[in-house]
Write a protein that binds this ligand. Structure first.
Ligand SMILES: Cc1cc2nc3c(=O)[nH]c(=O)nc-3n(C[C@H](O)[C@H](O)[C@H](O)COP(=O)(O)OP(=O)(O)OC[C@H]3O[C@@H](n4cnc5c(N)ncnc54)[C@H](O)[C@@H]3O)c2cc1C
Length: 390
């Protein structure tokens, strides 16, 4: 159902991006949505679909062609994320770090050797990446991480624990933030590329979670882990800056995911409301239901505008801290509200696993927490307002 204006009608974007968006939409409608129940039942992404993703280059959408990707940039990736978010969240989860927080740090600040060694493997999907910042005692206050990296000869020795790391149990490399100079706070944090097979790297456990669990989260422990000095990204002490850059991109991606899932929930709610009969008529004939649908449509309309205008702004201006925060917190909060309305329109059926609504609701809940909670984004926005006010 094409209720909303096509973003290509509103914004000028290259024709190749439209082809990428349209082919992804076709894939989602014809191949992915019909397999959602199977994925729920097995808890696994089917091998044939993973291979399709590799063949189509979905692990390297943002990675330039010279490093083996398809080079569609972050706007291309936002378009793909929106489409994939209309189906099971595991598809976005499996490709997200290779296109975002697990590869962009290397692309933006890595050496040529690092780019040549890691990016082609990530772009092809041969290797999976994870981004490891959060620790048991350092979540929102990310600059207070304790994982330590000490230089010994030509190696760094890492000690510490990271938790909630998406893909942590299946990743081949981790982009790890660790402290190289404890006296300097955020300016003493450095970023490292850590391969899972380096001595001293261990997956301690996989977390059990409320949703987002086909591609889950894990706890990673570094016990005198040996990382060659050439795996430092950029310079010592610049890791937090690298993290902030890639997290801003990631936040825009989270908003695109919130948008895509909201559109699917809207479609499901409209369909159900026209089919379900109570008091002798389809429930969509009741004004109470009509107002819910109208509210959802208005939220999605604004969300779409905000997501794509921010993505295109980012093409022109790399630093989009406050804009990324605004769009991430707004879209994820609204998507949560939309999921709740969609469930309400489905009545008891929305609560049952016969329909995908309850799964979308559980998976969406994480988006208000990951890559900065709503409260932290409000803090970032408020800080910027007060800075401008002098
Ligand atoms: C599904 C999932 C996947 C994740 N994947 C990754 C990953 O791949 N890599 C990674 O590094 N991390 C990952 N995370 C971690 C995520 O980024 C953190 O959970 C998030 O940053 C919040 O940290 P916390 O959970 O420690 O909450 P806390 O920081 O303990 O916050 C608890 C509550 O206090 C509030 N709060 C904290 N400080 C303030 C303040 N200054 N003002 C107002 N309110 C405040 C928070 O908003 C929240 O409501 C993931 C988390 C989840 C749930």
């Amino acid at each position: 159902m094409e209720f909303f204006p096509d973003v290509f009608e509103i914004f000028e974007m290259p024709e190749e991006l439209k082809l990428l968006r349209d082919s992804t939409r076709k894939l989602v409608n014809e191949k992915l949505i019909p397999r959602e129940r199977e994925i729920d039942e097995t808890g696994k992404i089917p091998e044939d679909l993973l291979n399709t993703f590799k063949e189509l280059g979905y692990f390297g959408i943002t990675i330039p062609q010279e490093y083996g990707g398809i080079g569609a940039g972050f706007t291309g990736y936002v378009l793909v994320q929106e489409e994939l978010a209309r189906t099971h969240e595991c598809f976005n989860a499996i490709i997200s770090a290779n296109n975002g927080i697990g590869s962009l740090g290397i692309l933006y600040d890595g050496t040529e050797e690092q780019k040549k060694k890691y990016l082609p493997r990530l772009a092809s999907g041969e290797w999976l990446a994870s981004f490891a910042l959060t620790e048991p005692n350092a979540g929102s206050d990310a600059a207070s991480i304790k994982t330590r990296a000490v230089k010994e000869g030509s190696k760094y020795i890492l000690n510490g624990t990271k938790h909630f790391i998406t893909r942590g149990d299946i990743a081949d490399i981790f982009i790890v933030m660790a402290v190289t100079d404890p006296s300097k706070g955020a300016r003493g944090i450095s970023a490292f590329i850590v391969e899972k097979n380096f001595p001293g790297v261990r997956v301690a456990r996989r977390h059990e979670s409320m949703g987002s669990d086909v591609v889950g989260q894990a706890e990673i422990v570094f016990e005198d882990a040996e990382v060659p000095e050439e795996n430092l990204i950029g310079e010592e002490g610049k890791g937090f800056k690298t993290a902030q850059k890639v997290l801003n991109d990631g936040r825009l991606g989270m908003a695109a995911r919130a948008l895509g899932t909201s559109k699917r929930l809207f479609e499901e709610a409209v369909r159900y409301s026209t089919e379900r009969v109570q008091f002798g008529q389809p429930i969509c004939q009741f004004q109470g239901i009509q107002w819910m649908l109208a509210e959802v449509a208005a939220l999605i309309y604004h969300m779409q505008w905000a997501v794509y205008s921010t993505a295109l702004l980012h093409e022109k201006r790399p630093r989009i801290n406050k804009e990324a925060s605004i769009v991430k917190f707004m879209a994820t909060e609204w998507a949560w509200r939309i999921a709740d309305i969609a469930l309400q329109i489905h009545g008891g059926m929305g609560y049952m696993k016969d329909f995908p609504i309850e799964r979308f609701l559980r998976d969406l809940r994480a988006l208000r927490i990951v890559e900065g909670t709503t409260e932290i984004h409000k803090n970032i926005i408020a800080r910027e307002i007060l800075r401008m006010a002098g």
